[in-house]
Each structure stands twice: as structure tokens, then as C-alpha cells.
Design a protein around this ligand. Sequence first.
Ligand SMILES: C[S@@+](CC[C@H](N)C(=O)[O-])C[C@H]1O[C@@H](n2cnc3c(N)ncnc32)[C@H](O)[C@@H]1O
Length: 289
Amino acid sequence: MNNFGIASLGTVPETLLIPLAARMIAPDRHPDLQFRDGEAARIGTALGFDPARFADDTGSMRGSVIRAQWFDRIAGAFIAAHPTGLCVSIGSGLDDRPARIRLPATVDWIDADFAEVVRLREALISRRDNVRIITVSKTEPLAWIDGIGWQPGRPALVLAEGVFMYLAPATGEDLLRRLVDRAAESGAPLELAADFASPVMVRQSRRNPSLAKTRASFHWAMARPGAVEAIAPGLTLVEHVDIAKRCGTLAWTMARLHQLVTGRPVYFCGHYRYRPCGTPMTGPPTDSA
Ligand SMILES: C[S@@+](CC[C@H](N)C(=O)[O-])C[C@H]1O[C@@H](n2cnc3c(N)ncnc32)[C@H](O)[C@@H]1O
């Protein structure tokens, strides 16, 4: 595989190269994070992709790795609690989380992304019996929800890492509600883990040095972690973390200023839970920032 694969990517799918670069260079650039992803290096090399294109954007590179570690932790905890559960990763890009977290064979995993990304995944990522890929339609971006095969009572985790900010707000809000409706219909617990950009981050997205290289921009903003609960009643915030506060001095200063002025995180990962009727709720949400 060479740059032909990269050249086939549209504007938004091309953003998958940003976290891929971060995972490739993490051991050299951010050894303190102790992040290792041998598959990222192998996939990047097979693709003919040089991570130097994004490597100087230290904030995005470090932030992508911290974010990946957060999602790895949430996925690991879900699998430990639900060893026969279902994990659905929306907008997986070229991330091979099942390999990184050593997904047990008892857990089913579904990756969903656009057709050009699915083609690359099929060419570059080793197949596993319990991992399947779904193609997301650009014209009907939520049709995949009905193709998941939700099973009555089966706990599910939906992961959306570096994805929601690219959605039209109405699509994103519809997605959240439809996931809750699905869980309610199948009487199954649902967990959602996603990162969200604040309104200012969405307005300024074209100034992000890595994003500018792909010419993609953000659209869907979330003002605060609790706003998700208001959009999709039934979802309850379990924890959130302000990623920007951990991405170096400049990002920390901007995140701190934003927090002081608005009282809200500038960029956060949120973990939410839906419990079908009759299931006991757990404790109050935590801010792990
Ligand atoms: C920044 S990349 C993140 C990739 C991956 N999650 C990671 O962390 O490496 C954004 C990904 O979301 C995908 N994406 C954007 N909008 C999507 C949608 N509506 N449905 C599914 N995937 C989408 C893109 O194609 C791309 O692969």
C-alpha cells in the first residue's frame, strides 16, 4: 500500500491520520505517557504515511494519545464488567483498539466508518472472528444503527473518539436519542463514551494546525458535559475529563482561562450510562480532570 490509500480519503475521513500519527510517534515524543501501539506503526508504514506531517502539532499529538488512553480504559472497564457484551466503535478510522486492549473472544466488536475508510481497514487491519465492520452511508449517516443487531438485555458500549465534532448538530442529537431508544427497546444497559468540543473550539477549529492540513472543520459543539443528559434523557453522566488541561503548557493555559471565564471545559471526554427501568443507578458523576 502507498499514498494511493491516503489519496482516496475525503476531507473528514482524512482526519483519521491525525490520531494515527499520534499513536505512531507516541513512544518517541511522549515517553512519559507510556503508550505503545505496535499496530499503529505497522498500519502507518503499510499505508506509506509519514507522521511528520502532523508531528509538530504537540498539543494535538499529545491530546490524541491521552484521549486514546481514556477510551482504552473505558472499554477495558466495560469488558471486565460485561465479558459477553457488545462494543460499537463509530468513526474508528485506522485505530485497532481490539488489538491494543486484547479484546477477549467473548466480546463482539463492531467498527463503523465511511466506505473509503472501511476499504483501508479491510486492507490493513488483521481480521478477527469477533470483530465486524459496518459501512456508514454519507447520505443516511444514522442508518447503521439498525444494522447493529442489538440483542435483548445485552449490555452495549458505544465509543465515538474524535468523531462527534464532525457531525451536523441535528444528526448528533438524533444519534444520541436513537441510541437511548434502541437500548430502551432491547431492555439493555447502554454506555456511551465520546469526546466533545466546546462552542469556542468549534468556532476556532480552522485554526487547529493539524485540522487545517486536512481542510476539515468542526460543526457540533457541546457546551458542558451535562448537556448530553438534556439532549437524550435517560443518559446519565458517569465521569468526564478535560483533555486540553493535559496537552502541554499552551493548551493548559487556554483551558484554564476558558474554565475561569465560562466555568466549563474547552474540550472533554464524557462517559454516560443508560439503565433500563428497574436497574439500580450508581453514584454521582466524577470530574477526573
Ligand atoms: C479524527 S478521526 C478519528 C478516528 C479514530 N476514532 C481514531 O481515534 O483514530 C474521525 C473519524 O470519524 C469518521 N467519521 C466522521 N463522521 C462520521 C460519521 N457520521 N459516521 C461514522 N464515522 C464518521 C471519519 O471518517 C474518521 O475516520
